[in-house]
Design a protein around this ligand. Structure first.
Ligand SMILES: [Zn+2]
Length: 313
């Protein structure tokens, strides 16, 4: 069944595409402009993605595709849409560099495996985490050599606003108080903010700043990549700041004089009974909180490169 575009506001259509795992769907947006349409995100590159997009975009002149970030559910079908429409693909430079690093480098699985081990993940578990991380690898057809989208640039009247945190290169689009938020703001789930190798060193600090910037910008509506439109984005940003403050406190409370790896702390915070996909997020999320605590003076990092540990500061 082809997805069906829903009209969200004048000149903004939403196309919702399926995901094989939670949250089960991803929203993409079509923005009407002077010279045609701008498509924001593309969904996963599932085997029938091109066919779906051909049906969905029939009769629409798509001029450009904006990639908000390099996660599979947003970038996966970018090459398909470009082939189909001839549209220009725009993506942030940092985001594209990370996209190539993760999805285009044959040695990435080894690098991330070493990194899990260095953070205390037992090797059998590390293998499970690697497998789930690359489940979507087959469904990623990113567009090579996109046009770099600079922070602050205007795309058909929409301002590209960097909101690092969920992804280092996360970009939103803002016009007339409407924020195309991608995964920067979600409700009721909270966007994952994890630390990964070769990423920015303090993703949670980045994210908290991005949430403060959201409050300053005070959009009247945020249209997210998953879930329902957010009617009070500033309020949601405040809730998410509070959510992470509480989690930082819980993380600090779980530390003692005895050195613990990020993996061990994640077991304490998130429990032992997680499936691999959830465990992967739990480890990355725990590490982003531990690194923020180190910077705030609430934790100390020790150990060696081969095994990183944390203690109470
Ligand atoms: Zn997403």
């Amino acid at each position: 069944m082809a997805p069906v575009a829903e009209r969200i506001l004048d000149g903004i259509l939403r196309v919702t595409l399926p995901l094989p795992s939670r949250p089960g769907h991803v929203h993409t947006y079509l923005l009407d402009g002077d010279d045609g349409w701008t498509l924001v995100d593309t969904g996963l590159g599932l085997p029938d993605a091109k066919e779906r997009w051909a049906e969905e975009l029939a009769g629409l002149e798509v001029r450009r595709v904006v990639i908000t970030h390099m996660h599979p559910d947003h970038i996966g079908a970018a090459a398909d849409v470009r082939e189909l429409t001839g549209a220009e693909v725009l993506e942030g430079e940092l985001d594209y560099a990370q996209c190539r690093l993760v999805w285009g480098s044959p040695d990435w699985p080894n690098r991330i495996a070493e990194w899990f081990l260095a953070n205390g993940v037992p090797s059998a578990v590390a293998n499970e985490l690697l497998e789930v991380g690359f489940l979507y690898g087959a469904f990623i057809r990113y567009a090579a050599d996109p046009t770099p989208l600079q922070p602050g640039a205007l795309v058909d009247g929409w301002e590209a606003v960097p909101m690092p945190g969920h992804a280092d290169g996360q970009l939103c689009l803002l016009k007339d108080g409407v924020l195309i938020a991608a995964d920067h703001l979600l409700t009721p789930i909270s966007p994952a903010v994890g630390l990964y190798p070769e990423s920015r060193p303090d993703p949670l600090g980045d994210y908290l700043e991005s949430l403060e910037r959201t409050i300053e910008l005070a959009p009247r509506l945020a249209l997210p990549g998953h879930g329902i439109p957010i009617e009070d984005p500033s309020e949601r940003a405040r809730e998410l700041i509070e959510h992470h403050r509480v989690r930082l406190q819980r993380t600090a409370a779980s530390l003692s004089d005895e050195p613990r790896s990020g993996y061990e702390v994640s077991l304490q915070l998130f429990g032992r009974e997680l499936k691999p996909a959830a465990r992967r997020f739990a480890v990355a999320e725990t590490l982003s909180h531990l690194e923020r605590l180190v910077l705030e003076g609430g934790a100390a990092r020790g150990g060696a490169n081969s095994l990183v540990t944390y203690t109470a500061a």
